[in-house]
Design a protein around this ligand. Structure first.
Ligand SMILES: NCc1[nH]cc(CCC(=O)O)c1CC(=O)O
Length: 312
């Protein structure tokens, strides 16, 4: 009997989504007659330890995944579940994305004190987010809003909404839904107003490239349209050399199936104050090519300059 050790961060969200993946994998094993058992191992990452500083200032890609990837490479764990949007676009040599399961809601949402939605917030309302992508698009839509930095896990951010006098905060709907807190959502932001982060709402199941047993199991678990959409979004991110702490957004939808699948990819790059915002949509069939072509279109419009200013 093969034992599969699964690494996870200790936040409520990480524990929940890893638990859900392991439940699904157990069921797949039963269905396909694969003999194995699962064990959870908790790991603390750099991203979890630096909760008091703005992440974009700390810099470095993949703050939440590095230690977990090291544990995979060292053979301490065999499988890890990440939020896809926390994944750097390049994986360390020896590791692969073994499965991309069906995507949750990709949208950002607003949690307010009283107001119904973004257009109902009072003039000059104080909104909490540390995401440059969110602040860019929010300021672009409502230049009057006062954006203030807010870090921490979902639960601590919700507490700060009350305790630190924010009128609203922005979070990914997927995280709230996964931990069962969707009743806290005041309004969903459509992608036309706030384009999600690359991979938002999707999960990444990572493993060693040479672990045939785990790879075979994970093959049954991938969702084809989500895999295609995420590949296009990540190709866009890779061409722009972006991590998760840059004002870059992308969202792909898939129409048709198998060889007939077409990808509609929208990408944006903007300045954190929302004054500059480049956004284009392209359609294609090859996710890697499409992501690169869309990035090149935005680069031709000045995306690289915008990003260079942000990176300093
Ligand atoms: N950067 C933190 C992070 N990474 C993944 C999620 C949850 C949503 C998802 O899986 O896309 C969140 C919280 C948030 O942005 O609100």
């Amino acid at each position: 009997m093969r034992k599969i050790v699964v690494g996870t961060r200790q936040s409520a969200l990480a524990l929940t989504q890893t638990g859900q993946v392991v439940d699904h994998l157990r069921e797949l094993c039963r269905k396909h007659g694969i003999a194995c058992e699962f064990e959870l191992r908790k790991i603390v990452t750099k991203g979890d330890r630096i909760l008091d500083v703005t992440l974009s200032k700390v810099g470095g890609k993949g703050l939440f995944v590095k230690e977990i990837e090291q544990a995979l490479l060292d053979g301490e764990i065999d499988l890890a579940v990440h939020s896809m949007k926390d994944m750097p676009w390049e994986l360390p040599e020896g590791l692969v994305i073994g499965a991309v399961p069906l995507r949750e809601d990709p949208r950002d949402c607003l949690i307010t004190r009283g107001a119904a939605g973004i257009d109902e917030l009072p003039p000059g309302a104080k909104v909490g987010t540390s995401s440059l992508r969110r602040s860019c698009q929010l300021q672009h839509h409502r230049p009057d809003l006062r954006i203030e930095s807010m870090r921490g896990n979902i639960d601590s951010r919700l507490k700060k909404l009350e305790s630190e006098g924010f009128d609203a905060i922005l979070l990914a709907a997927a995280g709230l839904r996964r931990i069962g807190w969707e009743d806290r959502i005041s309004a969903y932001l459509p992608p036309e107003v706030c384009l999600p982060a690359v991979g938002q709402g999707a999960l990444c199941v990572e493993c060693r490239g040479g672990d045939d047993f785990v790879l075979e199991l994970l093959k049954h678990y991938s969702d084809a349209p989500t895999t295609l959409a995420v590949a296009a979004e990540r190709s866009f991110l890779g061409r722009l050399n972006g991590g998760c702490q840059v004002p870059i957004g992308a969202y792909a939808t898939i129409a048709g199936k198998g060889a007939n699948a077409t990808i509609t990819l929208t990408g944006m790059v903007g300045s954190p104050d929302g004054e500059r915002m480049l956004k284009e949509t392209m359609i294609g069939t090859d996710p890697i090519k499409l992501g690169q072509e869309l990035a090149d279109v935005l680069i031709a419009q000045g995306a690289a300059d915008i990003l260079a200013k942000v990176r300093g």
